[in-house]
Design a protein around this ligand. Structure first.
Ligand SMILES: Cc1cc2nc3c(=O)[nH]c(=O)nc-3n(C[C@H](O)[C@H](O)[C@H](O)COP(=O)(O)O)c2cc1C
Length: 160
């Protein structure tokens, strides 16, 4: 069974998490940025990583998620919002709904450092986005603890 890891990443956070996901997968495996991602139908296990943009999976990952079909799927994400926050949970639920036919085997998400220019822009909005309050805690993420956590989660689900 070949495994495929596809990620969308603008500033590198989700790419780093994707590399940890790849490391945790056994056997034949491949990693692609979403712009170069192959047709998922040739793979037996697929992991797709996205970043949250305006509360949703980013547009490129969203488009790819719609192509997954009935495959075993692991979803992972980075975001400025706190890990386990309602905002992050909602974003993951939206990703699941895009891959509506997939057999979702697990999910993982953690904070990802936010570009300072984006933070400044967001803070000047008349109604700053809800995730902004957590964004300073995102500095330095994803970090080694995040990489170990996603690897542990994958190892558990692959063993079950
Ligand atoms: C335009 C833009 C919109 C964003 N919107 C959200 C958001 O709605 N919720 C959130 O938690 N984080 C948001 N973020 C923060 C990113 O999701 C976070 O920094 C993520 O780790 C970036 O991943 P990347 O480095 O792989 O591109 C936004 C970032 C940008 C640049």
């Amino acid at each position: 069974m070949k495994s495929l890891v596809v990620y969308s990443s603008q500033t590198g956070n989700t790419r780093k998490l994707a590399e940890a996901v790849l490391e945790a997968l056994p056997g034949e495996k491949a990693l692609f940025p979403v712009d170069e991602a192959p047709d998922p139908s040739d793979y037996g296990f697929i992991a797709v990583g996205f970043w949250l943009m305006a509360g949703k999976p980013d547009p490129k990952a969203s488009e790819y998620l719609c192509k997954i079909g009935k495959k075993p799927l692991f979803l992972f994400a980075t975001h400025g919002a706190g890990a386990g926050s309602d905002h992050a949970i909602h974003g993951m639920a939206l990703a699941k709904s895009l891959a509506a036919e997939a057999d979702i085997r697990g999910t993982y998400s953690c904070q990802g450092e936010v570009n300072p220019k984006i933070l400044e822009k967001a803070s000047k909005k008349p109604e700053p986005p809800v995730w902004l309050a957590d964004a300073s805690d995102a500095d330095g993420h994803p970090n080694n603890a995040d990489f170990e956590a996603v690897k542990y989660q994958l190892a558990e689900l692959l063993a079950s």
